[in-house]
Design a protein around this ligand. Structure first.
Ligand SMILES: N[C@@H](CCC(=O)N[C@@H](CS)C(=O)NCC(=O)O)C(=O)O
Length: 204
């Protein structure tokens, strides 16, 4: 097995789905969390000068999307055929669309505007996203399994992570029934459950 070193900050952010994927795979990795002072010292040497960045036997992989897909392909979380790979990609694309709202909340400085984005998330964007996810879930095993195929994939792990992280900035609406079941299945995956039990309290 290669040696993995994931570099990020002391936060969940763009790295947590990668940490969760390693956990689900039962794969150990070095979880390097830079302080801001440390980061500015190493930044010039990191490809694209941003985090997260993954080192695999010393080789750098930048970009969270590339890293999460790389890990998913390595550990069997990207579906077993072209149709399943594409279903994972559909969820990743829908997630990117939704996350634009969260990012706009995150980067907004004006408190009134922040509050407006939060309200829009709670009243419109989150219900729309959950309803989309519910309908996609129902296409596979009637919604009683996973987003893709018969086992956990990056799609399930990412959706769990998004709901977890978004819950710290907005009040989540109730999950529709199939999505609620999916979130429970991810949280109760034995390896993820073990990781979550140990996970220290991280900021977003
Ligand atoms: N498209 C990149 C964006 C990475 C990014 O924005 N990273 C931020 C943290 S979430 C960062 O490195 N900030 C510190 C800096 O730019 O110096 C990805 O998905 O990895």
């Amino acid at each position: 097995m290669p040696a993995y070193k994931l570099m990020y900050f002391e936060a969940k952010g763009r790295a947590e789905v990668i940490r969760l994927s390693f956990a689900a795979a039962g794969q150990s990795f070095e979880d390097k969390r830079y302080s801001i002072e440390e980061w500015y010292k190493v930044k010039p040497a990191i490809p694209q000068h941003q985090l997260p960045c993954l080192q695999v036997d010393g080789r750098f992989i930048p970009q969270s999307g590339a890293i999460m897909r790389y890990i998913a392909r390595e550990f069997g979380f990207y579906g077993d055929n072209n149709n399943e790979n594409t279903r994972v990609d559909v969820i990743l694309g829908a997630s990117d669309d939704f996350l634009k709202n969260v990012m706009s909340w995150y980067y907004k400085k004006d408190e009134t505007k922040k509050e407006e984005i939060k309200k829009d998330l709670e009243e419109t964007k989150l219900p729309q996203f959950f309803s989309l996810l519910e309908s996609i879930l129902k296409e596979n095993d009637g919604g009683d399994g996973y987003f893709v195929g018969k086992k956990i994939s990056l799609a399930d792990i990412l959706i769990y992570d998004i709901t977890d992280q978004t819950s710290s900035i907005a009040k989540l609406p109730a999950f529709p029934p199939k999505l609620a079941g999916l979130i429970d299945r991810v949280k109760n995956n034995s390896k993820i459950k073990e990781y979550l039990a140990k996970r220290e309290k991280l900021s977003q």
